[in-house]
Design a protein. Structure first.
Length: 385
């Protein structure tokens, strides 16, 4: 039996955490001869996610956090080293920057034969200040030798890491995958309400600087001003919480957009609302392989997104949606206007988006790619350990 330790920084809701749960569920349901333990820091999402079906050890470590704290980090390092030595893992698979730094060191010192890091996003991404980027680049460059292999969810991130000295032979590209979101019991048009004739443009994101929600509001204002007066004006829906939530609410009121822009806050399974949306919008400063784009494609919803990071390789410009430069928000607004007006083009792009999802971004494809990469084997009939 193969033993794997999965390590991720926080136990809260997030893209990497969602992918990790989907991955372990898929492996667990596949009948593979493997035992998986998980280590994570503070947060309520992962403890609840692993309660009913998970067969391994779910170990929550309170000292594991994003911030650098030498005392706590040494305690985490010691805990991971102890687990690796006593449980004798065949593979340590780490996720997210902070957990990966510590897990790679601990597993290497403990003599774990395979150390794999999935890069869900770069710590030195363009959304960070230049000095912070330089510091994180240097840390990552030092940490490169402590893992045997690296899995990237974004081809662009792979290129960035190769520039730091990572050998291509140790790299593998496996994009994220998601299940098709469920249909909402109560849709957006009933929740708000929104007239049936008015197009819905939906953004789902954590309301933080890197997600650039202010661009969503600026584009909404441009669309509202330029939209043909003889047609129902689109409604813009912003779903998510975060440090910029109140700022977004104030900006909507200040711009006199309260009748057109709805800031809804956090919603469980927010991807379900793409079934109601005519267009998904994501103007982030940086993305690796955003789950919201995968979920929008899974519902047959075309995407308008900034051409940054992995988004550039996910959205087929002119086929499954449109890409735009962050310096040209007028361009994004025009794409939204064109798609809102032309229902036939919207429908064709939605169909292409769904096909693209089915070919590359389903959760089944992601799990299968990881199974092959990790070398997992099915349990043989009559074999028990």
């Amino acid at each position: 039996m193969m033993r794997i330790l999965e390590v991720i920084t926080l136990g809260e809701t997030g893209g990497a955490q969602t992918v990790l749960v989907d991955l372990i569920k898929g492996i667990s349901a596949g009948g593979y001869d493997v035992e998986i333990d998980v280590v994570f820091g503070p947060g309520d999402y992962l403890p609840l996610a692993f309660t009913s079906w998970f067969q391994g050890q779910a170990i929550q470590v309170p000292w594991l956090s994003r911030s650098i704290n030498p005392y706590k980090d040494i305690m985490v390092l010691a805990k991971l080293w102890q687990l690796c030595k006593t449980r004798k893992y065949d593979i340590v698979h780490c996720h997210s920057s902070k957990a990966s730094w510590l897990a790679r060191l601990a597993a290497s010192w403990a003599g774990v034969p395979r150390i794999c890091m999935t890069v869900h996003g770069l710590s030195f991404h363009p959304g960070n200040p230049p000095l912070i980027r330089q510091v994180y680049q240097r840390i990552e460059k030092v940490a490169i030798p402590f893992a045997n292999e690296y899995v990237f969810v974004s081809p662009k991130d792979l290129v960035e890491m190769k520039a730091l000295g990572l050998d291509n032979s140790r790299c593998r590209y496996i994009p994220n995958g998601r299940s098709i979101p469920p249909y909402p019991i109560v849709g957006l048009r009933d929740l708000l309400p929104i007239p049936k004739e008015a197009p819905i443009i939906c953004m789902v994101a954590r309301l933080s600087k890197v997600k650039n929600p202010m661009a969503f509001l600026r584009v909404a204002k441009i669309v509202t001003k330029k939209y043909p007066s003889n047609l129902p004006i689109p409604n813009f829906i912003l779903i998510g919480s975060g440090p910029m939530y109140e700022e977004c609410q104030k900006a909507v009121a200040k711009a006199d957009l309260t009748n057109r822009v709805h800031v809804m806050g956090h919603k469980v399974d927010a991807g379900q609302f793409f079934w109601d949306a005519d267009i998904a919008f994501l103007p982030s400063y940086y993305e690796a392989c955003p789950l919201v784009i995968i979920e929008s494609m899974a519902t047959g919803t075309p995407v308008v997104a900034s051409n940054v990071g992995g988004t550039e390789s996910m959205v087929k410009h002119g086929q499954t949606g449109y890409l735009f430069s962050l310096e040209h928000e007028e361009e994004a607004a025009q794409h939204i206007i064109n798609l809102s007006i032309n229902s036939k083009m919207r429908e064709e792009m939605g169909k292409s988006a769904l096909k693209h999802y089915q070919k590359e971004f389903s959760v089944e494809i992601m799990v299968d790619n990881y199974v092959k990469h990790l070398g997992l084997q099915k349990i043989k009939a009559g074999h028990y350990e």
